[in-house]
Design a protein. Structure first.
Length: 276
């Protein structure tokens, strides 16, 4: 039983981090991270090896497939690109928690055949997690059931991006306005399909509103842990300046209800600034 928590990135100007090895510093605060940079291209093996070297064995990456696979070719005729990606992330070893298949909003229930074929051919030595954004998957019970059936056949998870707190009231800052324009407005999802559920939660600029909005998620995670599941929760805010502290606060809130939960590491002190 393990709860992993993390953020959408491992570095931010507002976070207390040293000039070098920011990932190593981040890994002393959180136990997981969304690897969004891989969406823009497959990294080199040496780059991924450096990620592994900066993180402990129990740290977890949720690594996003490149856009050429998911958005440009929509999971069709991508065997070479997909295999190259899996080869590139091999240095992560068990740190690779799941291959994250984030699909575009235009990927609708009529496209499920492509997802089913892709997952059927995907190597079974990796775990897969799928994020959809088309409204029909959230508003049409039949579409949701069909997606769950496809995922269940591959033992893959459905990643919900919970934007309910963000859209609870109109934006009051530039960062919130930007998030309103870019984030999907879909129904909240609370059903786990596997033993390793993943949730992406985004709050507001206000820490209090963000914390109030995740009350349901704390209860959900406590329930999953009691069932023997090991969830991974990613905490976002519109500008992510507070997400590092919020991730630790979320873990502490769950730990108050689950006393035997494995603790987070102790953050390492950042290096003092120098003149040279």
């Amino acid at each position: 039983m393990r709860l992993h928590v993390g953020c959408a990135q491992w570095t931010h100007p507002a976070w207390p981090q040293p000039a070098r090895e920011k990932l190593r510093s981040y890994a002393s605060w959180c136990t997981a991270v969304e690897s969004n940079t891989t969406f823009y291209g497959t990294p080199s093996v040496s780059t991924v090896a450096s990620w592994a070297a900066q993180t402990p064995p129990d740290f977890r990456f949720v690594v996003k497939l490149p856009q050429v696979v998911t958005h440009e070719r929509r999971l069709t005729n991508v065997d070479a690109e997909f295999r190259a990606f899996l080869a590139a992330i091999e240095p992560l070893g068990p740190r690779n928690h799941a291959v994250w298949i984030q699909l575009p909003a235009a990927f609708s229930p009529t496209d499920l055949g492509a997802l089913a074929a892709f997952l059927h051919q995907a190597p079974r030595d990796h775990r897969y997690a799928v994020e959809v954004r088309h409204r029909d998957f959230f508003d049409d019970p039949r579409a949701a059931a069909n997606l769950e059936h496809v995922l269940a056949r591959a033992n893959a998870e459905w990643i919900p991006f919970d934007t309910g707190t963000l859209f609870a009231r109109r934006p009051i800052s530039l960062a919130e306005r930007d998030a309103w324009m870019k984030k999907p407005r879909v129904a909240r999802r609370t059903r786990a399909l596997t033993g390793h559920p993943i949730v992406r939660y985004i709050g507001r600029d206000s820490v209090d509103e963000t914390v109030d909005g995740w009350a349901y998620l704390v209860e959900l995670v406590v329930g999953w842990l009691s069932e023997g599941r090991s969830p991974t929760i990613f905490l976002h805010t519109p500008d992510n300046a507070e997400s590092l502290n919020l991730a630790r606060r979320f873990h502490a809130t769950v730990a108050a209800a689950v006393p035997d939960l494995a603790p987070l590491p102790e953050p390492v002190a950042s290096e003092p600034p120098t003149l040279f």
